[in-house]
Design a protein around this ligand. Structure first.
Ligand code: TRP
Length: 367
């Protein structure tokens, strides 16, 4: 069953994707896609999941589906290698969610640390908690298992989701026999990929804080965010003063984005980031120089992404077809899993007429 190497990952379409998504997951997805090591790569645009805390605002989700697809295509997700699909158009996921609900207790769901944190963040404790939101880990298990995913590349915050999924899979297989593939999480490789802070140094990039750099931002906006809002070292008042790297967002971003080639091209005074850091800490390197370098580095990363995006934006018809095509493939795949699940649960009454014999036998015996 699980000989194939299958990736499933997903995003909630609640906004445009930003540099945090890029270093945290998108870049890796493109590498995995191009590694040729996987039999299948699937990316799910989780609009149903997004609705669990945006039920009053389906228009926002609808709008952001196109934003997210354009972000995927512009960073190099290739629809010939990766299936991009829309969750709400996959009815098998809804059915699987319903069955998996019985494989988990409300007590267990309440203990899920991701859900706990998210409930708090959204103020659901006071407002009331939508049952759909509370149970989205179950629906995410449906996403993962419907594709027979062996590997799920996610951020650290999603680890409890994977743990929950594995428990549901184990329980299901225990109750109904080996049916579902047990998935594994794949975490970002290094610290800088784990979490890129907002330009203001806050742990999370968030639209409401205005501390994001979006993949689709133009050069002027990027420059404004770096020069105007990016946090450095508050103790570094004069250029000669020793600077500190701790909590210095400019250097966190340089860690994530700069290469030795960038130094040769834009800042040949230093061979690499280590040399630059050393000078900064010693004193004598100004924040302005560091920011200017970072702007060049970001521009170099983002220019090809912008160009690719501009191309696709002119052909939304083609983007629509990609999404529809991927979703069609996903419908087939997830329906096949649902059929397997229903067979394991022995609720596939209308698969063929063989149950008639079974029922007749039963009635004969009862006589
Ligand atoms: N919960 C994920 C997030 O907020 C998105 C997601 C939905 C997902 N379905 C998934 C991730 C399946 C991995 C696998 O980022």
């Amino acid at each position: 069953m699980a000989e194939k190497k299958i990736i499933l990952t997903g995003d909630r379409p609640t906004g445009r994707l930003h540099l945090g998504h890029y270093v945290g997951s998108l870049k890796r997805r493109v590498e995995l896609q191009n590694s040729g090591e996987y039999d299948e790569i699937n990316i799910l645009i989780a609009d149903d999941q997004a609705l669990t805390d945006n039920a009053e605002n389906p228009g926002k989700i609808r709008d952001n589906i196109i934003n997210v697809v354009l972000d995927y295509l512009s960073v190099g997700i290739d629809p010939a290698k990766t299936t991009i699909c829309v969750q709400s158009a996959l009815p098998a996921l809804h059915a699987l969610t319903f069955y998996y609900m019985n494989m988990v207790t409300t007590a267990r769901l309440s203990r899920n640390p991701t859900i706990k944190a998210e409930i708090q963040m959204r103020g659901f404790e006071d407002e009331g908690l939508p049952a759909g939101f509370f149970t989205y880990p179950v629906s995410q298990t449906a996403d993962i298992t419907a594709f027979d995913a062996t590997v799920v590349p996610v951020g650290e915050d999603q680890l409890p989701m994977l743990e929950q999924a594995r428990e549901i899979v184990e329980k299901f297989n225990r109750v109904y026999g080996e049916t579902l593939v047990l998935p594994k999480a794949m975490l970002p490789e290094n610290e800088t990929q784990r979490r890129l802070p907002g330009v203001d140094g806050k742990a999370k990039m968030s639209k409401s804080l205005g501390n994001c750099i979006y993949l689709s931002d133009d050069p002027k906006t990027v420059k404004k965010q770096v020069n105007g809002r990016m946090f450095t070292d508050p103790q570094h008042l004069r250029i000669e003063d020793p600077g500190h790297l701790e909590g210095n967002v400019v250097f966190t971003y340089l860690d994530a984005f700069s290469t030795e080639e960038d130094f040769r091209e834009f800042l040949p005074d230093y061979k690499n980031l280590d040399e630059m850091k050393e000078h900064y800490c010693r004193g004598g390197l100004g924040d302005g120089t560091c920011k200017k370098f970072l702007i060049s580095v970001l521009d170099k990363t983002m220019t090809p992404i912008r160009e690719e995006r501009a191309k696709w934006e002119k052909d939304i018809d083609a983007v629509y077809d990609i999404l529809q095509e991927g979703t069609k493939r996903a419908v087939e795949k997830t329906n096949a899993t649902l059929a397997r699940v229903r067979a394991a649960m022995r609720i596939d009454y209308f698969k063929d007429r063989s149950i008639i014999k079974e029922w007749e036998e039963l009635l004969r015996k009862a006589d």
